[in-house]
Write a protein that binds this ligand. Structure first.
Ligand code: SAM
Length: 288
């Protein structure tokens, strides 16, 4: 059984999101587009071929054009020529959503300036997947991509973000995580809450939550592997609504220890863990 339909696509460039781990995380519409586009383009042609194979989609005599950061200048005119001829092109990056810390932006701007159609086939994206499970506020967030490699530039970037009130989201490598956490403790303070989401949708998926200090200590001597999204709580509002904190704590204390309640409430409301812990101790002793 195949999961795609035979359809006629309108001419244009289709940005197709592909799985970030589990191959079945692909939409039926994405499969329809990959199966029916006149031309396929990919950041990594081998990865796309493998995905087509898994889902029983045949390339047949269609062209599969490589398009990545290092050949964009040469590949764009080829792709634009296909669009000029009224063809449909499906483009997929190596994983997740094209253009999100992935190639495609210059292609998009050229396609738009040539007044061709651009269509999205939305789907997996590591930052959104991480945000939905982190437990940090989701109403305001800033995706900051990869932090600079250079130590002083990394510090500058973090300083720049210190007073941002929403959740900060970074893509990070396993090799650099420990250093980034250490720097974050230094610049943002040890009490800021953070979440490390590793290998989302894959076999060794793992999420660690806690203060930056706790996370930094946890990862300092671990030789971890895999892909990572690091989330950091935004700057705390100085006018914390204590009634709200207290109400959340009372609810949490019904089923959790003082320590766990403080941890969970601090994370959910983005307030200092130390202050919440003190308040939790008071509530507990009042109730005994
Ligand atoms: N376009 C992709 C997207 O939509 O998420 C991101 C591409 S970027 C080159 C790759 C980075 O995304 C990885 O280094 C990692 O930080 C993050 N990432 C991708 N897949 C992930 C996964 N399964 N678990 C955790 N992080 C992931």
């Amino acid at each position: 059984m195949v999961n795609y339909k035979s359809i006629k696509l309108s001419p244009g460039l289709y940005f197709v999101s592909t799985p970030i781990g589990s191959a079945r995380d692909i939409t039926l519409r994405a499969l329809d587009i990959l199966a029916n586009a006149d031309v396929l383009a990919a950041e990594d042609t081998r990865t796309l071929k493998k995905l087509l194979e898994i889902h029983g989609i045949q390339l047949k005599n269609r062209s599969l054009i490589s398009y990545h950061d290092h050949n964009g200048g040469k590949a764009r005119p080829k792709l634009l020529a296909h669009l000029e001829q009224g063809k449909s092109i499906a483009y997929a990056s190596e994983a997740g959503t094209p253009l999100i810390a992935d190639p495609g932006f210059s292609l998009l701007t050229e396609v738009l300036s040539a007044e061709n159609n651009v269509i999205s086939a939305p789907g997996p994206c590591a930052l959104i997947a991480a945000l939905t499970v982190a437990g940090l506020p989701t109403d305001r967030f800033s995706f900051e991509g990869f932090l600079p490699n250079n130590k002083s530039q990394k510090e500058l970037k973090l300083r720049d973000l210190r007073s941002y009130r929403g959740t900060l989201i970074f893509y990070e490598s396993a090799k650099r995580l420990s250093d980034t956490l250490l720097k974050s403790v230094e610049v943002l303070g040890e009490d800021r809450q953070g979440v490390v989401c590793r290998e989302i949708t894959k076999k060794f998926e793992d999420t660690q939550r806690g203060s930056l200090k706790k996370l930094s200590e946890f990862y300092c001597d671990k030789n971890i592997k895999g892909e990572i999204v690091l989330l950091i709580a935004g700057a705390t509002d100085p006018d914390v609504d204590l009634n709200k904190v207290e109400q959340h704590l009372k609810d949490a204390l019904k089923s959790m220890s003082v320590k766990d309640s403080a941890e969970a409430v601090a994370l959910a409301l983005n307030v200092s863990r130390r202050d919440v812990y003190q308040l939790a101790l008071k509530i507990k002793s009042r109730s005994e």
